[in-house]
Design a protein around this ligand. Structure first.
Ligand code: BGC
Length: 748
């Protein structure tokens, strides 16, 4: 008899023993792993998208079965993730795969773009949308989202402002915390929670000139006082994973930046989860020029504390050699493996690798009426009324109303960029909503009026050829003028298509595309009342529009429920309350522009030649941070502090009376700012410290009180010490960063 001995030892599924604790289970498992299997756990590959859904390359299938790939992204659905998990269960150690995906503003029920949603200034709603996204994503086989994106940005040229919460660290931090809570809940073992991933660590929102992927060059003070707080807030809220950014930080790419990952993130902030790179960031270091080749890049990344290589295969290809050459240590590889296995443990995947792949759950949890209703509620809260001369809005559902523009019947753009597994065909457009809303009451007219752009290169880049009306620009405008001629009032829907913001979508001109502007100007010349509805993913420069058009409503890209939400605001069924979270400039020449600027030694004064200003434009923005109108009005009065002089440890209480002086009930976003009048380092003119959304019935008054304390007044000085410096401060409460009531106080 011949005894066949196979070297391919197969183990039973690696389940924790009864009462076995995490540490002993994971260490035991790591003890059984070959180097190849360890590097496989540090590897994340994409599943490619096809017309019918995600597909995986055959080479990856083989890699999964051989334990060379421990993690997959862009794969979803219970059936498909189960098929892939089956492959992992054929590997020697049967370590479950982790499935990640960009669930950025919803999985299948799509919520407003994050920049839009931030304009609701409502952390309860921010948490709700993340919670629903997690429920839907987990029902669809996913374990991990690459969200929240918490990059502060003050440059609307950068296309990815669409994915963040705007320019302010206080609001950005509050939303970052809410998102982590929403995705992760209180227990990652629940089948309805997923790992969050704070990105892009760090400073990705500050590329020079707003050009995506460009160099970042920033003072330590700006970093610590402004750009880092939202990442830290998300970590403090328990974010399980972090994504390293494409850019350099202090001259060293984030994925090789040991100071950033080892010292700041892990030692100082106490982060215990794993760090994944952004897409091929390790490989890209060769272009950054901080390493000679991919081998060196892999060494630099591992030594900097990067645990998982997204798509680059650098760890898998080079770390074995690097270990032999003693350029990396096995202990560091083991630590990275441990962190990744730990995440799988926390999700309960070792107990049941299929626990997220349940066909029944997927059928009942996704795009439910309740989810769609919440999406509509959030969409309504995200709109910002920028102008409303003579109360042109809300419209009466009477007479003849013309709806003109590329976004009236459009469904494609509504779900915005990074819309995950969302299907734009399931989104509800404006036309259907207003037809239903005005049925039997008003006569509605329609013309497209303009394509979103006439730039053929851009059209090709954005793959929107099939959505382009083939008629000439003039034919479209002439038709619109004929239609407008028959109407009493014209609603124009203009802006950017979804592909004009987002990744790799920076613009040097942030106005409405020229052909749409031409349409607007021609219709305006007819002298009829016009309401302008804007669809866009970034602040636009709207100087002409603001001067000439009586009513302007910013609708961003509001997601699946766009149409009904916009219609509710248009016809006054909902009173808008959103406020912008990024400054709108008058012209791109003012960019970067933000409210928390400093005075300079030659403060702006129009009457002084040698003051800090432009010759050809005002210094002020078109719309200030925090600005947004309502169908009612609010008056602010009687701002009072509990005292005017405080010791460092005393609590400052500020109260103000707010009255709804109009005829409609509404919600007002009340904002509290502080200015440190004299600091050892120069301080911003205003910094947001608190905010609250208050509901007031028509005619109702309420006293609103906020408390702040020393934490709110501390900052990083020139020596990078976090200090509270005694002296005089101003405290402001108001409806936006520009219109405020002011009091002074002192810290002794
Ligand atoms: C983006 C990330 C995203 C990743 C995976 C990258 O291009 O920068 O934000 O999570 O792709 O899709």
């Amino acid at each position: 008899m011949i005894l066949l001995i196979s070297c391919n030892i197969s183990f039973a599924q690696n389940k924790p023993g009864k009462n076995q604790d995490k540490e002993s289970f994971l260490n035991e498992l790591i003890g059984k792993m070959t180097l190849e299997e360890k590097l496989g756990q540090l590897t994340l590959y994409t599943s490619d998208m096809s017309v019918t859904g995600p597909v995986i390359r055959d080479t990856y299938k083989q890699d999964i079965m051989e334990g060379k790939c421990g993690n997959i992204f862009n794969a979803y659905s219970p059936e498909y993730t189960k098929k892939l998990q089956d492959l992992a269960m054929k590997s020697r150690l049967k370590i479950p795969l982790l499935f990640g995906y960009d669930v950025i503003h919803g999985h299948k029920t799509i919520f407003p773009l994050p920049l839009g949603e931030s304009c609701a200034w409502d952390t309860i709603l921010s948490e709700k949308s993340a919670r629903i996204a997690a429920v839907e994503a987990s029902a669809d086989g996913l374990h991990w989202t690459f969200s929240p994106m918490v990059d502060i940005s003050r440059d609307p040229r950068w296309g990815r402002v669409a994915e963040g919460s705007g320019e302010d660290p206080c609001l950005g931090s509050a939303i970052a915390r809410a998102k982590v809570r929403g995705y992760q809940g209180t227990d990652l073992k629940s089948k309805e929670t997923i790992l969050s991933c704070v990105k892009h660590f760090a400073l990705y929102g500050a590329p020079i000139a707003g050009r995506d992927y460009n160099t970042v060059d920033m003072s330590m003070q700006s970093m610590f006082n402004t750009y880092l707080p939202p990442y830290k807030a998300a970590i403090d809220a328990g974010a399980a994973t972090v994504m390293s950014s494409f850019n350099e930080v202090n001259g060293v790419p984030a994925s090789a930046n040991s100071w950033l990952m080892n010292d700041l993130l892990r030692k100082q902030w106490g982060f215990k989860g794993f760090v994944v790179t952004d897409y091929t960031s390790i490989n890209e270091m060769v272009y950054h020029g901080n390493v000679a080749d991919e081998y060196e890049a892999g060494v630099a990344a591992l030594n900097a504390g990067i645990d998982m290589d997204m798509q680059g295969s650098v760890y898998y290809t080079y770390l074995k050699k690097a270990l032999e050459n003693k350029h990396v240590k096995i202990e560091d590889i083991d630590i990275a493996v441990y962190r990744i296995l730990d995440a799988k443990w926390q999700l309960g995947l070792f107990e049941d690798p299929y626990r997220y792949s349940n066909i029944k759950t997927a059928k009942t949890a996704i795009m439910t009426p309740a989810n769609l209703q919440t999406a509509e509620e959030i969409a309504k809260a995200s709109m910002v009324l920028l102008k409303n001369e003579n109360n042109l809005l809300p419209l009466q559902a009477t007479g003849k109303i013309a709806f003109i523009g590329p976004f009236v019947k459009n469904k494609r753009d509504l779900i915005g960029n990074w819309s995950g597994a969302g299907n734009w065909m399931q989104s509800k457009n404006l036309w259907d909503a207003v037809v239903a809303r005005t049925a039997g009451k008003a006569e509605l007219l329609y013309a497209i009026g303009a394509n979103v752009t006439e730039d053929t290169v851009l059209i090709k880049k954005m793959h929107i050829q099939e959505f382009i009306d083939k008629r000439s620009k003039d034919e479209l405008i002439n038709e619109a003028i004929e239609v407008a001629g028959r109407a009493d009032i014209i609603v124009l829907t203009l802006g950017e298509s979804e592909g004009m913001s987002g990744e790799a979508a920076s613009r040097s001109d942030i106005t409405i595309p020229a052909n749409q502007q031409e349409l607007l100007k021609r219709i305006h010349a007819m002298g009829k009342p016009i309401v302008l509805l804007l669809s866009n993913g970034r602040p636009l420069a709207l100087t002409w529009e603001d001067k000439n058009i009586p009513a302007i409503l910013e609708t961003w890209f509001l997601g699946t429920q766009s149409g009904p939400a916009i219609s509710s605001v248009l016809f006054g069924d909902y009173n808008p309350s959103g406020k912008i979270t990024m400054t709108f400039p008058r012209s791109v020449g003012q960019v970067p522009i933000y409210y928390a600027s400093k005075n300079t030694g030659r403060p702006f004064d129009n009457n002084i030649k040698y003051s800090s200003k432009y010759l050809d434009i005002e210094n002020t923005p078109l719309y200030s941070f925090g600005f947004g109108l309502s169908y009612t009005n609010y008056s602010y009065s009687n701002l009072k502090l509990n005292k005017t002089s405080f010791t460092a440890d005393e609590t400052i209480e500020a109260c103000i009376e707010i009255k709804n002086t109009g005829k409609m009930d509404g919600s007002e976003i009340v904002q509290l700012y502080v200015q440190d009048l004299v600091g050892s380092s120069t301080r911003p003119l205003k910094e947001l410290k608190r905010f609250s959304k208050v509901f007031l019935k028509a005619g109702e008054s309420k006293q609103i009180c906020f408390t702040i304390n020393k934490e709110d007044l501390m900052y990083y000085n020139a020596d990078m010490e976090r200090v509270l410096e005694p002296g005089k401060f101003k405290l402001f409460i108001g409806k936006n960063s520009n219109e405020v009531e002011t009091v002074e106080f002192e810290i002794k």
